[in-house]
Design a protein around this ligand. Sequence first.
Ligand code: ASP
Length: 426
Amino acid sequence: MNLTTKVLWGLLLGALAGALLNALDNAWLDMYIVDGALYAGGKLFVNALKMLVVPLVIFSLIPGVFAIGDIRLLGKVGSKSIALYIATTAIAIATAITLAALLGIGEGGTPPADIVFEGRSAGKNTLDILIGIVPTNIFQAFASGDMLAIIFFSIFFGIAALSIKEQTKETVNFIEQMNKIVMQMVEMVMWFAPYAVFCLIGKAIADVGVNLILDLIGYFVVVIAALLIHAFVTQMFILKTFTGMNIGLFLHKIRSAQLFAFSTSSSGATIPVTLRTVQNRIGVDRAISSFSVPFGATINMDGTAIMQGVATVFIANLYGIDLGLTGYLVVVLTAVLASIGTAAVPSVGLVMLTLVFEQVNLPVAAIGLIMGVDRLLDMTRTAVNVTGDTVVTSIVAKSEGKLNMDVFNDPDAGHLEEIHINDKAQ
Ligand code: ASP
């Protein structure tokens, strides 16, 4: 059985175990299994992945910039990625708003009187976020996993190394080897994926009340539908148009990244897997992916924007507030801007939603209403966020002649190999 199949089994069995635990609703099981074993198993795995993100981004970005060898090309790759990330997010939220408005979700309902939701403001404004790209202390940025600052520093480092390349080759070679080691660590961590996914899904389902979903079925279904339309129709159409790649094969190859995103609910924690997928399975040159993937994980959140679009229409309708066209344009703009400045971690979408609601004067407390089902939606939208990262990265790579179609066309390229530790080195 290959790893992806094993992960799928982990997902399925985990969901079943979670549903069972949820139905049993037993205090002992909840304490020792759900909040004990399952929690620890999932958390250990996500920690291990997150632990690798910062070194991986630094070590792959510096040689990546060095390999591009041309600073102008770097600018081109950067601007193309930004433009595509922003455009796809705008399309995503527009689709969501249109679908939700056409279906009229929330119309005629009565808003419950007793909901509570503490507005959790993101704290920083857009200008501060932009300024923060240049960190005052790089170690602080490393320590807090501040992705945009880390990307900035690594690119700057790479450019400087490139400008005196006769003297820096060995250093870059060394960093390159560090990158190989960290990549190998990623593969080793991934061997635990099937069990970890079992734990992550098991806990998520055990925690979620099924009747909560029933209460909000309209909202839930519309978000899921918009997510599926965006991931399987819009994004694939864009991919096909720009690259001519075979959609079936592409979806097959990105499946493991999608599954990891789904199970961890964090595009950030999935970066190691996404990088591995686009480089080894799809054939994107590292010079492109080492920039585009961590960048996308940070600023590209199509799935999150979709949830925000549907949530806005749902709450506006429920409270009988007419936002009008201008209101919805403000929503699109705020959601796109908010996605740039917020971290790729579980549930951050709700924080961003606070920002959006504040802009158009919707009651922030109403977010409490949809919070109960957010865990499941978070998993699905994170998978869509990561899908977007792989699509944009492939398009940019193709347009720069940095996509190896031989790798892409080989269905087995980049399959995880069994790892042998050579312990007989005497
Ligand atoms: N969990 C999402 C991500 O990491 C963000 C969100 O929508 O809450 O991409």
